[in-house]
Design a protein around this ligand. Sequence first.
Ligand SMILES: O=C(O)CCC(=O)C(=O)O
Ligand SMILES: [Fe+2]
Length: 382
Amino acid sequence: MSTTVTVPPPATSKLELRTAYGPVFRDVLNTPPRECTAEEIPIIDLAPISSPKFEDRKALAAEFRAAAVNTGFFYIKNHGIDEKTIADAKKQLLAFFRQPLDQKMKISQARSKFFNGYKAPRSTNISPGESIDVKESIGWRYDPKYDPEKKDLAAIPEEVKPWIRGEDFIWEGTSHLPGFKEEVLRYWAACLTLARKLVKIFALSLDLTEDYFDSRTTYPGADGVFNYYPVSTEEDVANNAVGLGSHTDLQLFTLLWQDMTGGLQVLNREGQWIKATPVEGTIVVNIGDFMMRLCNDIYKSTVHRVYNRSTVERVSMPFFFGLNFNCVEGVVPSCTSAENPAKYEPISCGDWCQLRFELEQRETRKKNAPKAQAPSAVIVAA
Ligand SMILES: O=C(O)CCC(=O)C(=O)O
Ligand SMILES: [Fe+2]
């Protein structure tokens, strides 16, 4: 008599992540993504941010801290970026992506010295164990010319100059789209203003003085990106193709405006994928790697990814905020003690970002290489 032994499917899989220090592996539960709870990704009301009472701002900081040590993701409401600024930016986003590919390729990232510009659909692979990223995107980086703090361009410190990463070809190559530069930069400037307010609350949340990061964010990392996720093809579904593969963000924190389509997933502390379902009127905030190292891993830079499996396109407008690129920072004093010494050496935020961008570009090239070489490998008989 033969007995059948049923082997239960494995409960977890290994997820490989790219970091500036090399690959890191995470155990991920194989259970399907589920809705998040209000504890996992809370909605935080930003109204107290402008309160004259220190206790109100400190209470808000305590909410930031609770979310940052838990899932590392939260929604903010009453964030102060007006609806029209967002709607205009989204309109420009769609105007840009709806152009023919050759028009978009005129501002290809291949032209950039500093990772500015357009990345075509299926041209990146952020997560080595997952598919090529289906999305297309356009990115532009901090430029003091457009800083809402109105910088005196003649007075930019020498040590800052090599780190200015803005490039004008983005705006020149989109000048045929009416209002593009103005409306995109209006949204970007609003994000920058908001981020400079939030960083004060983050400072309080880490038991630092409220102005701790102010002088460190005068010429900050402030990278704007527009992402466009098309409707999945049958083949994408069959291949489990990701819109944007699993990754962590790089800098202090990200302000992520997403449309109402849904598709953003976040890896919680238990290794369960949860859905960061869009909430009207909110912006998602998530902790980045530089913040995590700066606070000795107390705050979590959380893995996330995007699948657009809806019947409509999906768009998002993240804004990545960090310290001045020339600013060298290790673990902040309030996050170390005799029992908990600093785990990380100081590094400049600029070097930190450069390491990761270069790594991603190199790895994507490797992954795309066999495909790219295939046509020329076909020898046609004369
Ligand atoms: O599109 C989204 O919701 C997420 C985008 C994202 O994670 C990124 O661009 O880093
Ligand atoms: Fe991200």
